[in-house]
Design a protein around this ligand. Sequence first.
Ligand code: ARG
Length: 574
Amino acid sequence: MNDSIKKYLHDLIINSLKNLNIKFETLSIQITFPDSRFGDYATNIALILAKQVKRNPLELAGEIIVELQKLDKKECFEQIYELKGFINFRISKKFLFEKLNQILKQQNEYAKSDLGKKRTVLIEYFQNNVAKPPHVGHLRSAVIGDCLLRVFKFLGFNAISDTHVGDWGTQFGILIYAFKTIGDEEIIKKDPINELNRLYVAISNKIEEDSYLKEKGKAEFKKLELGDPENRKLWQWFVEVSLNDFERYRELLGLLPFDYNLGESFYEKLMFKVLEEFKQKGLIKQGETGELYIDLEKYKLGRCILVKSDGATTYHLRDFATYMYRKEEFDFYKNIYVVDARQSHHFKQLFKALELAGYPALQDSVHVSFGFMSLPEGPISTRKGNIVSLQKLIDEAENRSLEIIEEKNPELPNKQEVAKKVGLAAIKYFDLVHNRNSNFVFKWEKALSFEGNTGPYMQYTYARIHGILRKAKNLEIEEFGENLNLKESESDLLRKLMQFEQILEEVIKDYMPNYLCNYLFELSQYLNKFYQNVNVLKEKNKQILNFRLKLITATAQVIKNGLYLLGIDSPERM
Ligand code: ARG
């Protein structure tokens, strides 16, 4: 059986209800993991159905269980029983062994599924801004987005990535003005992004003293909008050097390649159409100073401004165009924005206004919001200059990892390469392990710790299994049969492995990468209990030895697949 257990269970329940002729209105079948003493899976359907059909839940559960047992024939579940109205299931040993072999056979493909049925999911993340160096603040969007992309792909969705680069707006007029007045092409060529950023900051400081300069910048932007060849060429140059830079960061961070880099400017030409459409639908009002807006007061969402009183188009308007373009071009099933929590009002307005215009945005679009990661020195802010560049963070992670490796395992070949992987794992995992809605402080000691729920610890757990397997190479083993007796720590570990498939489904249901981190950590805790209980290599019984080697190989495989989906490498030695 190659279906995930959850799918099998789901179908089993549906079929048993059909056979019993139980009529119900709507039913969403929830399958959860109960406390391991009570079983491997539990469902509350009897409790829910009992209300709908007005029957005693325990009686109903009893009937359903008889039918479930008939259908399953102990193929998958050795026990199905009722507890406080819940129906609990215990996976049979036969099935556990089948699954174990499936993991070993499918390897990197294990837990892949066609759940998504090729439906298109568009994920937007790592929205860098042209002419600005990416900083630590961009990291969260990048790693959360990359993880979601990987899991959606793995589960059979047609997942597409887009960066939605910030490449349009008055700031580019200001930058052009800065370049024309204080810029030097040769200096920029040597270190484009930092130099452009320096120019922008320098002129912004002057603007604070002399607001007339801002008008100059605005005028340059107007020219750019109208297609002035000189400004157009400068802007294109800024965009080009920036995109090269972002690509370098993408590789450095080990993110999957992006399918699209459709910047905000791309939607410029579509904005007029959007305005027309909103006008025709009677959604546009004109404000006291001439601005155009959509009134969302009724929904406690204020006004959504599309065109400012000076005629400038807004960030909102570009996002409307973006949605409509994506809808038409990709016919997406989900449209996902991985953007920090400060923009949640923006997205609420966007989705509501689209709904009023007849688009199903409240269902098909999601703002995957996240809180702030700050450094011990304080929040990461672009304005105050208190920014830690992404480059610096990555370099430091690598250096610190190298120090730890030098200390723990000085003989290790290719230390530098491993240090790079461990450093990245530390940063990414520390980000992903937090509930994305929370704010937290980045701490080196915590992120790089080889103990606890961290990236390096998960990598270490993986490498340690490979260490055992290397030593086991020449041991004699024998095939084992279904009658092999399992110790509790073995059975528990095996049962924990079975949960991987369902955890992935939950990650994309709630857009929560931390579920996967927590699962991997729990898995490693079961592995530790197993280690405490048995000495794998000293086992004399060749069948038991074989089983245990298979069990840890499968555990390593699930850790590797899990880390891959988090965007993290698993070196076999560290
Ligand atoms: N570039 C924007 C910023 O720096 C983030 C873009 C978010 N995506 C969107 N479709 N509005 O704030």
